[in-house]
Design a protein around this ligand. Structure first.
Ligand code: SAM
Length: 277
């Protein structure tokens, strides 16, 4: 690889607490020729506070392809460039993979400067099996699409991690309860590393009830960590039964939907009906 080429640094920044700004992140940001940031107005004060004065370039979902070409031209000219996001690790529910791909395709080195990530921070305090997990990012915003996605995920046996905003946290918890069942263990991590950090670790029904009862728990940024479905044939049958039941329930009364869902899936009718009442 040519010594003339610059390196693309993918740099994690704090998810709330500036004390989490890693020394190496500051060093790298201080020595690059250009910093690509999702929202330059948001990142400018953070960088100024860290003593970083490199020029900023906006790179977001809508201009990534074009900006990637400009950044690759700078890398090929020998400049080091850093990519940051508004908070946490770039590319995690953030733009950036097209830029990384373009830099690699141009023969440039790409190096991470790892650091905060809300999903991993939440997993680390959830107290839920963490050896295998799936990250779903944000669930669909539209209720019907969100429920459909959750129905697909209901039988997933690995721990599930999703991001959610204050606008939808109550609805999403209600959907999770209806589709995964009241008793599924979960943890709701809110405002991690910030002043009003809260982690509620409890079955879904209890988390939902606490969030409804306390308006403060509906504010801020959220990560939901949900235990995977219990393995085994019985649990798989029940998950499939719930999926079929949820679909039929849209058209039929609960007792009829439960009877049919049980006949189709082999899951116990009583368990399906109990979820609905
Ligand atoms: N790239 C970021 C990361 O590494 O975590 C995630 C960016 S994503 C656009 C923003 C979402 O991450 C928020 O809506 C929220 O779900 C989650 N999030 C970010 N900061 C958080 C925090 N301090 N506490 C809880 N969730 C947070």
């Amino acid at each position: 690889m040519s010594a003339q080429r610059g390196r693309l640094w993918v740099v994690a920044t704090p998810i709330g607490n500036l004390g989490d700004f890693a020394p190496r992140a500051r060093e790298v940001l201080a020595q690059v020729a250009l910093v690509a940031a999702e929202d330059t107005r948001h990142s400018a004060p953070l960088l100024a506070q860290a003593g970083v004065h490199a020029p900023l370039m906006a790179l977001h979902e809508h201009n990534e392809q074009a900006q990637a070409q400009r950044i690759v031209a700078r890398l090929l000219a020998g400049d080091d460039v850093a990519l940051i996001s508004d908070a946490g690790t770039p590319l995690v529910s953030e733009p950036g993979y097209r830029l990384v791909r373009a830099a690699r395709a141009a023969g440039c080195e790409v190096s991470p400067v790892p650091g905060p990530c809300a999903a991993i921070a939440a997993l680390s305090v959830a107290g839920i099996a963490s050896d295998r997990f799936v990250f779903e990012g944000f669930l669909p915003a539209r209720p019907a699409a969100r429920r459909e996605r959750l129905q697909v995920l209901a039988g997933e046996t690995r721990t599930l991690i999703v991001y959610e905003s204050s606008h939808r946290i109550v609805e999403t918890l209600a959907d999770l309860r209806a589709i995964f069942g009241d008793e599924r263990e979960a943890a709701l991590a809110r405002e991690l590393t910030k002043r009003f950090e809260t982690v509620i670790a409890a079955p879904l029904a209890q988390i939902h009830a606490r969030v409804i009862a306390d308006g403060d728990q509906q504010r801020g940024e959220f990560v939901l960590v949900v235990a995977g479905a219990q393995g085994g044939e019985e649990a798989a049958l029940l998950a499939e039964g719930r999926r079929v039941f949820a679909l039929l329930r849209e058209e039929l009364p609960p007792a009829r939907a439960a009877r049919l869902a049980a006949a189709i899936s082999g899951a116990p009718r009583k368990a399906l009906y109990a979820d609905a009442v």
